[in-house]
Design a protein around this ligand. Structure first.
Ligand SMILES: *Cc1c(COP(=O)(O)O)cnc(C)c1O
Length: 372
């Protein structure tokens, strides 16, 4: 699904030198590399504060802790996403409220958010799923009207540019009150281990969070709040500093591969392709995900695997039906889109090193199966 080795070969010298420097300097934790990466990411994203942490799941948890959400507060998020998003809500004893998604862009459905709001609702967590920016204008409008926080789960969307209704382009993750991301190796900006970060333009909130990630300490050995230990290590920061200057190019390569896939599927009425808008970079294609009609999706997966084509089903089970997250309040009728997508979605290989020959082989194998 990804070609991390091919990508590494092209930046090997810089990465190796940077890692060796960290080892020579022995500043393994909170070293200068982490600080420099933080500054460079702030500049890239156009946000006032980046707080690095250990992974994208921690980033979400710390964001919710930083906002002071309390037991029983309701947090609305999408039924169709990676479980980390709902996991941290439940872990903090907040109440997850899962809602349906949009059938075209797979992101949280705006009308479903409106219907789910109660007096206990405190936050909305949109996920820029598969790299496509969620409808942030509408989400921020709802949040303003109901006095809610917005936490953007940007683990799949780093580098995506959202075009706001006034025409302004803003990087995802810096639009809501707080944004989070993951640097897991296969993400669009991946390190060589685990890593994550929290973003916010609110300086007071950033201060609160910098204490939370460091055991609730604002002054050495004075623990003002209950915190966690969540750090990005210096070696990972060194890798990320080597890769950040290439992120726009990486995302462009993904978008171009997506365009080639789409062109190959142009005349296939049983294949619903993702939308790629012209002159717009709101989609960074963390995944390239199709919906297939009149086709046995699981047989298609088996067929592609038989032909040594990796593929994935993200995600095969709606979160509201997962054992850990079932809740009496949900009605199946509230999730028609997620319930359909989990049965017909399939993600094809997507990375920065895909070439025309690979794309032609993948698309022709898939088309032959669908039309057999
Ligand atoms: C990967 C991912 C996370 C979690 O990131 P980790 O670094 O693996 O903890 C959270 N949300 C989404 C949408 C993700 O894709």
């Amino acid at each position: 699904m990804v070609d991390l080795k091919g990508q590494y070969q092209k930046i090997k010298d810089r990465v190796n030198t940077s890692i060796m420097e960290v080892i020579e300097n022995t500043a393994f934790v909170n070293g200068p590399e982490v600080h420099s990466f933080q500054k460079e990411l702030e500049e890239y994203l156009g946000v006032r504060n980046v707080i690095p942490c250990a992974n994208g799941t921690d980033a979400l948890q710390i964001a919710m802790m930083g906002l002071g959400l309390e037991q029983g507060d309701e947090v609305i998020t999408a039924d169709f996403t990676f479980a980390a998003t709902v996991e941290v809500i439940a872990l903090l004893k907040l109440t997850p409220v899962l809602v349906d998604v949009d059938p075209v862009n797979f992101n949280i459905d705006i009308e479903a958010i409106k219907k789910a709001i109660t007096p206990k609702t405190k936050a909305i967590v949109p996920v820029h799923l598969f790299g496509m920016a969620a409808n942030m204008d509408a989400i921020m409008d709802i949040a303003k009207e109901h006095n809610l926080y917005v936490i953007e789960d940007n683990a799949q969307g780093i580098g995506s540019n959202y075009t706001a209704r006034n025409g302004e382009k803003i990087k995802t993750g810096g639009i809501g009150h707080i944004g989070t991301t993951s640097f897991f190796p296969s993400k669009n900006l991946g390190c060589y281990g685990d890593g994550g970060a929290i973003f916010t333009n609110d300086d007071a909130l950033a201060h609160t969070i910098r204490g939370i990630v460091n055991h609730g300490m604002y002054k050495r050995y004075h623990h003002d709040v209950v915190g966690v230990n969540s750090r990005l290590d210096s070696i990972q920061a060194a890798v990320l500093r080597a890769k950040l200057p290439h992120l726009d190019q990486y995302n462009k390569a993904r978008r171009e591969a997506a365009r080639k896939y789409n062109n190959a599927f142009l005349n296939e009425e049983n294949i619903i392709t993702p939308v790629i808008c012209d002159n717009c970079d709101c989609h960074v294609f963390h995944q390239y995900t199709l919906r297939v009609k009149n086709t046995d999706r699981d047989a298609l997966v088996a067929h592609l695997n038989e032909h040594q084509i990796p593929c994935g089903v993200y995600y095969p089970i709606p979160l509201h039906t997962q054992k850990a997250y079932q809740d009496k309040r949900y009605n199946e009728g509230d999730f028609p889109v997620t319930n359909a997508i989990v049965k017909d979605c399939i993600s094809l290989p997507m990375h920065t090193e895909l070439d025309d020959e690979q794309i032609a082989f993948i698309t022709s194998t898939l088309i032959a199966f669908i039309n057999k």
